[in-house]
Structure formats: C-alpha cells, structure tokens
Design a protein around this ligand. Structure first.
Ligand code: MLT
Length: 324
C-alpha cells in the first residue's frame, strides 16, 4: 500500500497528538549527571517526589555520573524526545560548553528547557582536622603548602571545580585538584581527612557543618546563608577575595524535539511541584531558594542559561581552562 505524503504527515501528527494526550502513561526517568547522595541528586530526588502528584506517575532517578556532568547530559541529548527521559542539571549546563573542546551535544540547541528549579549557595569547607579556624588562617596555611593542598571537585565543569578554579585564581595559589564523580564521594573523603578542601553547595555541606564533621571557611556566593546557625559565616568576598561569587542553580531539561504538548505538561507539573510546601521546606532547611519567578517559563529559563554561558565563558577563557 502507498500513502500520499500529505496523508502520511497527517497520520504522524495524529499519532504524536495521541501520544502527547496520553503522556505520561509510564514512569518518567530523571537523569542526574552526578553520583548518588550529592547535591544534584538530592534536589532531583526532592523534585521527583513532588512531581509524582501533578504528573500522576512515578518519577525514577538514574545517576549517570562522570566528566563533570557531561556524560549524563549527553545521554539526555540523545534520548528519545518523548518526555520520558529528563535531565536535572546545575550550572555545568552553562560552563561545560566553554570548558570542553569536544562535547557530543550542543547547549542550548539539543535541549528543551523546562524551567529553573533553585538557586544554591556554596561554601568553602575543609577536613575537620585542619588547624585553621577562619579564612585568614586557612589562607596562611595554603600559602605555606600550596600544591600539597588537595582540593576535591566533581569533574571539569562541575560547580565545585568552577569554584575551586576561581578560588585559586583569586588567591593566586596553586592547589592540587582531585576529581570525583560527584561531591558525595568527595565529602566522604573530606570527612575522613583524605582530602583537605572543597567548595560545596549548601545542600550537602550544611548538615555536615552543623554536625561538626567538616570545617567551614566562608560562603562562596555573594550573600551569607539565610540559616540562623550559619549566619555568622562570612562570605569569601567579605574575607578579602573581592567580588568572589560562585552561586549554583539547577534546572530541568528534555531532549530537543520533544512534542510541545508534552513539554507543556512537564512545565505545568514542574511549576506545581515547586509550589509544594514540603519541597520548599526541605530546600530552605539547607539554605536553598526554590525559584518562583519568570525563569520557570521555558523561554526565560533558556535566556538565563544563555546569559550564564556568556558570563562563564569569559571567566573560563581568562583562566585558560580547557578539557578534551
Ligand atoms: C558539583 O560540584 O558540581 C556538584 O556538587 C556535583 C554533585 O551534585 O555531586
């Protein structure tokens, strides 16, 4: 049997329309491009839980870690554009294109933008046995030890890497970077004393600071943390690193070419999830701000990421950092 092109096109559109109308009729998977137990993983799991009701489906987390989040991102860029494979990723979405000479995907072209999720402050933390008790003492110790000082990060392009890079530039110090597949395994080594320092998102750092499992030396983003227990911790800018500001954010993405009706359902569900009082309470408890502005609109989310790409590519180029 043969079909006229017009009939075929109408047929395909009808099939796509029906699929979108039924979406989602099976569990949705969110890829987290870092190890389980880290900040991106926590945020994705909290959002997955809150999405369950508005989507009417189970939302599963799959950790696809490595290469600063680019392996998991590539997986989503190449996934079937049907709304069943999504990505929750952080600032690495905007920094990887400048850091990696060869990326198997293109940002923003290979993704559909679903909305910004949160803003996450970061802190500079150290192993509990460090003698320094504040940033000035830490700085003196770093100057005396330089490359003997280990600085953990979650791979090139990760938030911890970016922050560590900025820190070394601002301090004019060269420490030894140690890459992990996420900051969760790095945190274990930091608490155990195998690693000296790490920039980490408040998400995972706050419980360890409160439990005296790590030492905190400063807030790497522009404002002090809004948590009463940590309000006394100065920003790195206040401690002499003028203008220092590495703040992290997370967003949700689908592969490009996902049908508009599916994207709209996902965006509506994400907006509902981010209004969930339980989710807001959980995020605020670790110093995060859940987004509640026009960056929840896909077009504004995309614009925001594009602006971050421009901002960070200048910084990364100036620092002369590249990876293959
Ligand atoms: C990072 O440093 O980029 C993140 O903390 C990675 C992670 O979520 O593990």
């Amino acid at each position: 049997m043969t079909f006229a092109p017009f009939t075929l096109a109408v047929g395909l559109a009808l099939i796509a329309g029906t699929a979108a109308a039924e979406f989602p009729d099976k569990p949705v998977t969110i890829i987290v491009p870092f190890a389980a137990g880290g900040p991106s993983d926590k945020i994705a799991r909290d959002v997955a839980e809150a999405l369950r009701k508005p989507l009417g489906q189970t939302v599963i987390i799959e950790n696809v870690a490595g290469a600063g989040g680019t392996i998991g991102s590539a997986r989503v860029a190449r996934a079937a554009p049907d709304g069943y494979t999504l990505l929750v990723h952080h600032i690495g979405m905007a920094t990887a294109p400048a850091l990696y000479r060869k990326l198997s995907y293109k940002t923003p072209d290979d993704f559909a933008f679903l909305g910004l999720i949160n803003e996450a402050p970061s802190v500079l933390i150290g192993k509990p046995t460090l003698a320094a008790t504040n940033f000035a003492e830490l700085r003196t110790w770093i100057s005396a030890n330089e490359s003997k000082v280990n600085l953990a990060h979650a791979g090139l392009g990760s938030a911890s890497h970016l922050c560590g890079l900025m820190l070394q530039n601002a301090m004019k110090a060269t420490m030894t970077p140690v890459p992990y597949k996420g900051t969760a395994p790095a945190m274990t080594d930091l608490m155990g004393g195998q690693i000296d320092l790490m920039c980490e998102q408040a998400t995972n750092a706050v419980p360890q600071i409160e439990g005296n499992k790590v030492k905190v030396f400063g807030v790497s983003s522009a404002q002090r943390l809004a948590l009463p227990a940590l309000a006394q911790v100065p920003t790195l800018a206040e401690s002499g690193l003028n203008g220092f500001n590495v703040a992290v954010w997370h967003g949700m993405y689908a592969p490009s070419n996902t049908p508009p009706a599916v994207l709209e359902k996902l965006n509506t569900a994400l907006r509902a999830a981010l209004k969930d009082p339980e989710l807001i309470k959980r995020e605020e408890a670790v110093g995060l701000t859940v987004v509640n502005d026009d960056r929840l609109q896909p077009a504004q989310h995309k614009k925001f990421v594009e602006a971050e790409m421009v901002r960070w590519s200048g910084v990364i180029k100036a620092a002369g950092q590249y990876a293959d």
